[in-house]
Ligand binder design. Structure first.
Ligand code: NI
Length: 139
């Protein structure tokens, strides 16, 4: 059954609205309502994931300088310490100095956040991104 659509007014600074229009055009939206609905759904899913105590999946990618003394040993240690939460790890040698690692995790969102934040805090880890999701039946 199709849900009834409710209209409501949104006030926004002109400059912010210009940026919003450019953003949604780049993402292929043809109207603002459709984009706002998707952004609201995305926000709600993200909140649901954060509220859960179990059953989240995380894909954590980060870039680091492998010349930094002791860093690779620390990265191996933290992954062994959390072997129950880590499903797999992939390593890419980007160039002479930098490595990309992608870790797939399965645990509570809080635990996954904690592991990712720990790794991001290491000296020599330059940039990272954590994406959280739930198994399809839980969304
Ligand atoms: Ni490498």
């Amino acid at each position: 059954m199709k849900e009834r659509l409710i209209r409501f007014g949104v006030s926004m600074e002109e400059d912010l609205l210009d940026k919003f229009d450019r953003l949604i055009t780049r993402h292929g939206y043809t109207n603002r309502s459709e984009a706002i609905r998707d952004f609201v759904r995305k926000g709600i899913i993200e909140e649901n994931i954060r509220d859960r105590h179990a059953g989240a999946f995380g894909v954590f990618s980060f870039v680091y300088d492998h010349h930094v003394h002791g860093l690779e040993a620390k990265l191996t240690d933290v992954q062994h310490d959390n072997y129950k939460s880590i499903i797999s790890t992939s390593h890419v040698h980007i160039d002479n100095d930098n490595c990309l690692e992608v870790i797939i995790l399965r645990d509570s969102a809080g635990k996954i956040d904690k592991i990712a934040d720990g790794i991001l805090s290491y000296k020599g880890v330059k940039h990272g991104n954590l994406s959280l999701t739930l198994s399809a039946k839980e969304i």
